[in-house]
Design a protein around this ligand. Structure first.
Ligand code: DGT
Ligand code: CA
Ligand code: CA
Length: 600
């Protein structure tokens, strides 16, 4: 019979659960004696030479140990038995799990973490890092410039030991590496990023690069020289592996890089293989086998006789497998192979098709640049129009504009639009959705705006039901045209809001409310909810990030027609939900027809 008790749990793990419970209790404002008792229990478990998991099989033996009473023995049994502790779990319903990582940062104890949570709603390492980097912590009692420095150091340490990197970080590393590897001259024919970076994922575990060898540079000695050159890259912290056709190393920020060296004739097969995803590859290999082929990172060959059929390009491999070319963003084995077989792949939206950016901030609220600077930078990126969407009055931390200031701001936006900057400027606002779902501006102001973008900035951890009601109320408000950052999720920084996404998207479809591109573009598409791609730029430097939004939309199978800001300016305005009292083009047409009918 299998034991109920998880013997593999070691004392360190048990102590960690107790310690986290203590920390969460302290953040939660529990009475000192209460959380101290969990701290003491953690210390005790840590110091015991015997395995608590083993002792927990016989509770009497547990209680014989010094410092362990009836209650603690019960807690320990629960932890060993279930692998977790109920009080810890209850507390984690109130606070995001990511807060535990913040607590694990070297320079932050529960007091400070609690303060950051209360002041900034900062619940992730990335949020805390951003605050420290922007110098916003020194204003908080108990923090100073020195603690900001310490936090940044602690974050760097955390990164080295943990997980994933923002795609932007991986791209920058890839660029620098490509430049360095390119210096090998004729020894190198091409350097191409593969893996999750090529598939356009928002975060990247490690960086995969493919290097094809130059003609006449494929001998063992030459490849070795090239590997040596690659390993001279100045940002390398540690070399992990050095094989005949592969080198692996870590960079100073902890990111791992795998570089494969290969001959040109295998480039397509290798690119396909190392782009992944693994699930896509497995499905492709299965298909190849059924067709009498075998597919690996060198070639597509016949099963019998191993005759090489394709390998130099991905295109020829897909073609031999009787599939349309599948863009990397779709290679997640989520229906793309069946679609490619039926010639039914979406024609994915492209960056060049985006004509405007519908969310950005200026110095009027919490942006760094003026209206004119934002407009000029947007025009230089090729945009035909932008909506300037500064914050509404309740968002005081972002210097939100009250009705009077907004009215004046709208006049400035109209002037800037007429000033001939070579780009249309729509008067917009990012209107806060209050706790009860009402909007943060009077209808008088809302009626004056060309583009009403609505979003949540407070009470972000409401219960699921209340949050759903709040979103529905906002969508039902006839002035709401676009819901911004509808998941509330900040990549690697904040967990998503909890609400019934299906219900909310159904309502958006019914009311003609558009969604800013988010983690659920496919769900939007299925329901016919239109999407806009925006940057939420707070400075001109953020405006180019529109391409990350496009990548996200592509990963969600979106086409040009699914994205409203691929439309020219007037058509875009016409495609937004019509405001109350506004005569839509269709209504105006109908009115005109009725009039002429009466006249006859
Ligand atoms: P990451 O690094 O976690 O962001 O994600 P990927 O997709 O870049 O994964 P990675 O770096 O482990 O591997 C790169 C690609 O190599 C992956 O997308 C598919 C391929 N690959 C890796 N391991 C396997 C495997 O065991 N089987 C198959 N079929 N493909 C694999
Ligand atoms: Ca990777
Ligand atoms: Ca890899």
């Amino acid at each position: 019979m299998q034991s109920l008790y998880n013997q593999r749990m070691d004392n360190r793990q048990i102590a960690r659960i107790l310690r986290e419970t203590a920390q969460l209790l302290e953040i939660d404002g529990a009475f000192i004696g209460r959380y101290r008792s969990y701290e003491k229990a953690a210390e005790l478990v840590d110091s015991l030479p015997e395995s608590v998991a083993a002792l927990a099989q016989e509770p009497e033996k547990l209680k014989e140990l010094p410092g362990i009473g009836e209650r603690l023995a019960e807690h320990l049994q629960e932890i060993v038995k279930t692998g977790d502790y109920s009080l810890r779990k209850t507390l984690l319903k109130k606070y995001p799990e990511t807060l535990l990582q913040v607590l694990a940062l070297q320079s932050l104890g529960p007091k400070k973490v609690s303060l950051l949570w209360k002041t900034f709603h900062a619940g992730t390492v990335e949020a805390v890092e951003a605050l420290a980097r922007e110098g916003k912590l020194r204003a908080v009692p108990g923090f100073g410039e020195k603690s900001e420095q310490n936090i940044l150091k602690a974050v760097a340490t955390f990164r080295k030991s943990s997980g994933r990197f923002h795609v932007h970080t991986a791209e920058e590393a890839a660029e620098r590496l490509i430049e360095h590897i390119g210096k090998a001259g004729k020894a190198v024919a091409s350097v191409t990023p593969a893996g999750s970076l090529r598939r356009g994922k928002e975060t990247v575990g490690d960086l995969d690069l493919l290097v094809t060898l130059g003609a006449g540079h494929t001998t063992k000695a030459k490849v070795e020289t090239l590997a040596e050159h690659i390993l001279e890259f100045p940002g390398i912290e540690q070399t992990l592996a050095r094989g005949e056709n592969k080198v692996s190393f870590t960079l100073e920020d902890g990111m791992q890089v795998d570089v494969r060296l290969l001959e040109k004739e295998s480039f397509g097969a290798a690119l396909l293989y190392f782009t992944g995803s693994k699930e896509h590859n497995v499905a492709l290999r299965g298909r190849a086998n059924e067709m009498g082929y075998t597919l690996n990172e060198y070639a597509l060959s016949t099963l019998k006789g191993e005759k090489r059929m394709a390998g130099a390009s991905e295109e020829e491999i897909y073609a031999k497998l009787k599939l349309d070319y599948i863009p990397p963003e779709l290679r997640e084995n989520s229906g793309e192979i069946a679609a490619a077989e039926k010639h039914a792949l979406p024609k994915l939206v492209r960056r060049e098709e985006i004509r405007g950016d519908l969310q950005m901030h200026t110095t009027a609220s919490d942006g760094k640049n003026t209206i004119e600077e934002m407009a000029t930078a947007a025009r230089q990126l090729g945009h035909e129009y932008i909506a300037i969407t500064d914050h509404s009055k309740t968002v005081t931390v972002a210097n939100g504009l009250d009705e009077r200031r907004m009215a004046a701001h709208i006049r400035k936006l109209r002037e800037a639009d007429k000033a001939g900057l070579g780009i249309r400027i729509f008067a917009g606002a990012e209107v806060d959705i209050l706790k009860d779902g009402t909007l943060d501006y009077s209808t008088e102001i809302l009626a004056q705006l060309d583009v009403v973008v609505c979003s949540i900035h407070s009470y972000m951890n409401l219960e699921r039901e209340a949050m759903t009601e709040r979103m529905l109320a906002a969508i039902e408000n006839p002035y709401t045209q676009i819901i911004a950052h509808p998941t509330g999720r900040l990549l690697l920084r904040r967990e998503a809001f909890d609400y019934d996404m299906e219900k909310v998207l159904d309502a958006a479809a019914r009311h003609g409310v558009a969604m800013e591109c988010n983690s659920y573009p496919r769900m939007c598409k299925e329901r016919g909810v239109k999407v806009v791609i925006s940057t939420d730029a707070h400075s001109t430097q953020n405006l180019p990030y529109i391409r990350f939004g496009v990548t996200m939309a592509r990963r969600g199978w979106l086409e040009k027609r699914d994205v409203l800001n691929t439309l020219p300016a007037e058509k875009f305005l016409g495609a937004l939900r019509a405001k109350p009292g506004a005569r839509t083009a269709a209504a105006a047409g109908a009115g005109a027809r009725r009039k002429s009918a009466r006249r006859q």
